[in-house]
Design a protein. Sequence first.
Length: 169
Amino acid sequence: MFLWGGAALLLSVPFVAMRFTSEVNWTAADFIVMGTLLAVACGIVELAARLGTNIAYKVGVIAAVGGGFLIVWANLAVGHEHAPYDYPFYLALLIGLVGSALARFRPRGMFAAMLATAAALVVALRLFMVHQADAEGGNLLVTAVASGAIASPFLIAAWLFRRAARVQE
């Protein structure tokens, strides 16, 4: 109830904001896309909560799904002017999804899939930042901080899946 209620509340924020400001201007398609993203994320988390055997596994799923949700949301929010540079981010998430499926969603395999996802996201971010650096000049500190931020949910998930695998052994 809390999960789905939170998703509904999150989806209602732009609807209410549109009543008070012209800065927020969502179309029906925007609400459909965001509603679909929230439904998929909530469905996966609920499934993991029902099927997961220990808390580390469940929280690992939440971290991974939350990280993936934020990446997709951020890429969609930027618009389509950066579309070629969005694809590596989606490919990184696909690596995690395929890796998890190949591991049959077992903790040890999920650990490896989340590490691969984090590494692929750092590469995707680096490709994007190299493109940006051509126009603005690069900054190593910004790259390091951004890499840590984008990879952190998947690194946390990897650590939690590792813990879950140890408990399972």
